[in-house]
Design a protein around this ligand. Sequence first.
Ligand code: IVH
Length: 682
Amino acid sequence: MDYAQARTRIAELTQLIDHYNYEYYMNDRSEVSDFEFDGLLRELIDLEKQFPDLAQPDSPTRRVGGEVNKTFRQVAHRFPMLSLGNTYSIEEIEEFEARTRRLLDGTSFSYTCELKYDGVAIGLTYRDGRLVQAVTRGNGTVGDDITSNAVTIKTIPLRLKGEYPADFEARGEVVYPFAEFEAMNRQRVAEGDEPFANPRNAASGSLKLQDSAECARRKLQFCMYFMMLPPDEPTAATEPMFATHSGRLEAAKQMGFKVQPYIKECRDINEIKAYIDYWDRERWNLPFGIDGIVIKVNQCALWDKLGLTAKSPRWAIAYKFKAERVSTPLESVSYQVGRTGVVTPVANLRPVWLGGTTVRRATLNNADFIEKTDIRHGDWLLVEKGGEIIPKVVGVDMEHRLPGAAPVGYATNCPECGTTLVRADGEAGFYCPNSDHCPPQIVGRLEHFASRKAMNLESLGPERLEMLYRAGLVTNIADLYDLTPERLIGLGADSAASIQQKGAAAIMAALETSRQVPFERVVFALGIRFVGEVGAKKLARYFGDIDSLMNATALELAMVEDVGEVTANAVSEWFARPEHREIVERLRRAGLQMKVETSQVVDRLGGRTFVVSGVFDNFSRDEIKTHIEQHGGRVSGSLSGKTDFLLAGEKMGPEKRKKAEKLNIPIISESDYLAMVDDAWM
Ligand code: IVH
């Protein structure tokens, strides 16, 4: 294909893919098969590679991501991103409405009522119909430039359709729809990652991902709620459609934005109240979260008349929904045992309808919570559902308290293995100490060992591990390396986790690959209480090999940065047990990595301690920390007498500098640091 042909084909493909994307994400309509769509996209990617100067900045290929940002550039908003005055009280909405009417003194006007999305606010700048920048709200004046992640959101148009103002900003909310959010959290848990607490946090975390390809996999949506036109932009004055907020949103829809269909024009307070009532009941049937209703004066020309207060416009207000709360009888308390033996009490409730779902169970967190809340037999509990999806017990409904009711107390024995529960000093809850023989703890430890951040045994998911345990084949992590295809084939014939020839081969291959997993992750995979990913890394790097680690005293262990007394004790107690030493020996014989790869640490920095602050050119903050450690230095979080250097990037706060000067700590730049490492300085 020559240059001219490529140009034509790229334009054709772009138009086709944009069209299919639009139909799919805006109208829920698939006009082609996934296979066909992927083929078109692949063709465009290849052509752009072959003819790089024909690749357009708004090409749909950018939607798959790939750009990696170490830090996000901070940019000033051209127009401040104001927030709204908000209230939980209907009386204050009545006052807002009466005040607005008074100020507008006989002028004819209306309101729009719309949903208040529970997500993350961003502003998108469009010039001549093309997206040029996406910025988070930040503090309203300055935000993060997250353009590389925003382009991966399919409901953000990269190129507008039809007619549009030459220069404007589309403001709206990035939300994580419930179904996608739950699917992502399930996957995170399966891979050993912490689940997100709610869709809002997940949306916010996703927009700040350094790898935009990962952001592309998150199924975020952008819902536009406001068109910001510069004062000198002629469209507003000449186009009648742009004279009202609802008209502007309608126009935005024509341009290709996703705009909520629930927006309603209201004439008076009664219509506003009816809208609020309706959505307070119906909000749980929406596919995404909302936390209130926004009421705006619809006629844009009146906005200037009404003006602004210090932070928010006087022509709009937000009504926020109260968390929904119900009272329901506690039927019983049961106990769940986790991987590390921690016992979580769970309230079994008389089923009750709350915020769109039936609630039957709710966590009681730990023994401390039960004591402090003073839960007694026969009590009715107050259960709430706010922005979070998971219902929360917030107290006891004292109206139903029976005279002389006794406290519910707490289990004395493990519900799984019967062992007497223990509670360490200062801890909020109990745990089952029978770690080696308590079934959920055994399976939990196997799951942890196989998880992505540990040994990454992808073909050994939770169901299969449970099955191997039930079949008596695996009762500890070392047993995994005694598995053979013969023992595996035919297991669980009637279950979804059944293992055939191919499955057995995949398991054997995963075990083989895991023999190359670095020692740091092997230490993490052992599943020692309190030893997380970072702690394992620090322990592994400090001691260098399993024998030094295994024989270290608690005192020596506590010398390691970030390893406190509690963790040090847990590690030394773990290695003190003969059965654990036996497991380690078997893992060693199985060929797992038992020492730090020597090339990983080049001791150039001789154990000097660095505090890192600010933004760097060549590294993200985490990368520079790892770099220091890989060159034999240490990183500490705060300046003290023990700090050898303050490594200062751009935008370091003046307080840090002052403190370092006071303590006589040398302040070095990124290039000073690189020279240090390079010159084998010591
Ligand atoms: S209008 C000047 N409309 O709520 C107009 N805001 O403090 C400013 N929000 O963080 C915003 N849904 O991101 C508007 N339909 C909606 C909204 C909405 C959610 C957020 C907004 C801001 C906060 C208001």
